[in-house]
Design a protein around this ligand. Structure first.
Ligand SMILES: Nc1ncnc2c1ncn2[C@@H]1O[C@H](COP(=O)(O)OP(=O)(O)OP(=O)(O)O)[C@@H](O)[C@H]1O
Ligand SMILES: O=C(O)c1ccc[n+]([C@@H]2O[C@H](COP(=O)([O-])O)[C@@H](O)[C@H]2O)c1
Length: 230
């Protein structure tokens, strides 16, 4: 028997082993459930470890962008990070399923399955394999600040609308960074963010209203192990 954390303030709920096995299998199957016309946010990340802000920004994006679901795409290793102390994918999937704790959030190992660490490959793969779904790439402002260093970032921006979530103290730097400047004319006013998933790329929006200082870095010990949950 596994346990999954309940929403804040609730008791931890038991999760039957068969349910957990099904969740793990569907993560391994890589492309989560979808139907024609669905609006899906893609939150790529290291999730080392997953934390409450991942869940909070996913639910925030569902609300503000009028999404049906968010897929957490667990990277085999961010190409711009030192991945020497990155925990194994299975351990991160297991922890992500615990933290996500919402039927609208799916956890996926798509990038490991297709054998890439590059977002551009992931987006092109999804565009080819999944039709009729409106995707939005979601990232924190720290990632917008270095988006110009991602492989083929202009192609990513040309393929999928992007929602950037405020993440102090990165926000000012992010909006002044090369990618934000280059894409400035494609930025939607925040009060039109609900239309983002319907837009042809390039299109992006910067979402304020949620400021969370939680990070995976803060949840790791100096040796890379994850701090025990309180
Ligand atoms: N507190 C937060 N506010 C806004 N976005 C966040 C926050 N935490 C994570 N994100 C975003 O979620 C995605 C996945 O993040 P990631 O798994 O790298 O967690 P992290 O806390 O940023 O990790 P680390 O501290 O190791 O860099 C990224 O786009 C990141 O910008
Ligand atoms: O494609 C790239 O070049 C690239 C460079 C840096 C980061 N990314 C992706 O950005 C997402 C966020 O990464 P992270 O480590 O900040 O959680 C994750 O999906 C990474 O694979 C992608």
């Amino acid at each position: 028997m596994f346990t999954a954390p309940g929403r804040r303030g609730r008791e931890r709920q038991p999760v039957h082993a068969v349910t957990r096995l099904m969740q793990l299998q569907s993560a391994a199957q890589a492309i989560p459930f979808h139907t024609n016309g669905m609006r899906v946010g893609l939150l790529g990340g290291s999730f080392n470890p997953p934390h409450a802000a991942h869940r909070a920004i996913s639910l925030f994006a569902i609300k503000r962008l009028k999404l049906d679901r968010v897929w957490w795409l667990l990277t085999p290793g961010n190409p711009l990070k030192d991945n020497g102390r990155l925990h194994g994918l299975a351990e991160r999937v297991d922890a992500a399923l615990d933290v996500a704790d919402d039927p609208r959030i799916d956890v996926s190992c798509l990038e490991a399955v297709i054998g890439t660490r590059y977002t551009v490959d992931t987006i092109i793969h999804l565009r080819r394999r999944v039709s009729g779904v409106h995707f939005v790439w979601i990232m924190g402002a720290d990632n917008l600040a270095q988006f110009h260093r991602w492989q083929n970032w202009r192609r990513i921006a040309a393929e999928v609308p992007i929602a950037v979530i405020d993440r102090p103290p990165q926000s000012f730097r992010a909006l002044a960074a090369p990618a934000a400047q280059a894409l400035a004319r494609y930025r939607l006013p925040e009060n039109q963010a609900a239309r983002l998933a319907d837009q042809h790329a390039p299109a992006w929006a910067f979402l304020t209203g949620l400021k969370l200082d939680m990070s995976s870095t803060g949840l790791r010990n100096p040796d890379g192990s994850w701090k025990a949950k309180k």
